[in-house]
Write a protein that binds this ligand. Structure first.
Ligand SMILES: NC(=O)c1ccc[n+]([C@@H]2O[C@H](COP(=O)([O-])OP(=O)(O)OC[C@H]3O[C@@H](n4cnc5c(N)ncnc54)[C@H](OP(=O)(O)O)[C@@H]3O)[C@@H](O)[C@H]2O)c1
Length: 217
């Protein structure tokens, strides 16, 4: 069970919403490797899981049912729940002054919700009219760092070391691309230039195209 730890009293309080799920379980593991960042970590899930004990940072913490009150005193909430639950509850948490980081697909296309990849546009978190921050889905995220390097000039602190334009297209299939970024490749350059396609919750093309005019390029 969690007990008050004076060393954590002044650190921000985190609510992990969806703590029992697949993503929430990985989140708890990651949080356990960053023991000094947060003060209290509140674990939240559905009423079905209320009262369960789950491990985070080597401590057993009681799972709380999602309710407005569960956000009292919370600074940041990570939402790892189905889309409809995020759509309903993220605004409730944000209305209480909580900074919501939503991992679902509910807010990715909302122009008032920054779509943030920390390695690409970290400064975008500062402009969050709804108090909510979104991120691309997991398959898209695997490409974002490489594509961010190809389309640099954005807000990443390391962007000065990245190329400011896309490298030239390969002359023929199988040829390689010369670039100043060691992480770029012919494959990623090709992907970055691929025409936009639709479909899925968050297509690869939708991420840069929605933000690119003033944030990425
Ligand atoms: N951005 C990314 O990289 C990424 C990657 C993978 C997934 N996702 C997204 O993350 C979200 C979670 O995915 P997952 O695979 O972890 O799902 P999951 O394993 O089904 O877990 C769902 C979680 O939501 C909770 N939940 C369900 N209904 C609820 C309700 N009515 N009230 C409160 N909590 C409720 C569940 O609690 P109980 O156990 O109590 O039911 C559980 O903790 C999805 O939106 C998914 O699309 C994002």
């Amino acid at each position: 069970m969690t007990t008050a730890n004076p060393a954590r009293m002044r650190k921000p309080t985190l609510a992990l919403v969806g703590a029992t799920g697949a993503v929430g379980t990985v989140m708890r593991q990651i949080l356990s490797t960053r023991a000094d960042v947060w003060g209290e970590i509140r674990l939240v899930a559905s009423a079905r899981s209320a009262g369960r004990l789950l491990d985070v940072r080597g401590e057993q913490v009681v799972v709380q049912a999602l309710s407005p009150e569960v956000f009292d005193g919370v600074d940041v909430a990570m939402f790892d729940v189905p889309d409809d639950i995020s759509a309903q509850w993220a605004p409730i948490a944000a209305a209480k002054g909580v900074v919501v980081v939503d991992n679902s697909g509910s807010f990715r296309m909302d122009p008032d919700v920054p779509l943030v990849v920390p390695e690409v546009n970290p400064d975008a978190v500062r402009n969050r009219p709804k108090g909510i921050i979104a991120n691309p889905n997991c398959t898209t995220l695997t490409m974002m760092d490489a594509l961010g390097a190809c389309t640099a000039g954005g807000s990443s602190p390391s962007s000065s070391s990245r190329p400011t334009r896309l490298p030239p297209a390969p002359a023929s299939p199988g040829s390689t691309v010369s670039t100043t970024s060691s992480r770029s490749s012919a494959a990623t350059a090709s992907s970055a230039r691929r025409p936009a396609t639709s479909g899925g919750r968050s297509s690869t093309s939708s991420v840069p195209s929605r933000r690119s005019p003033h944030r990425w390029r």
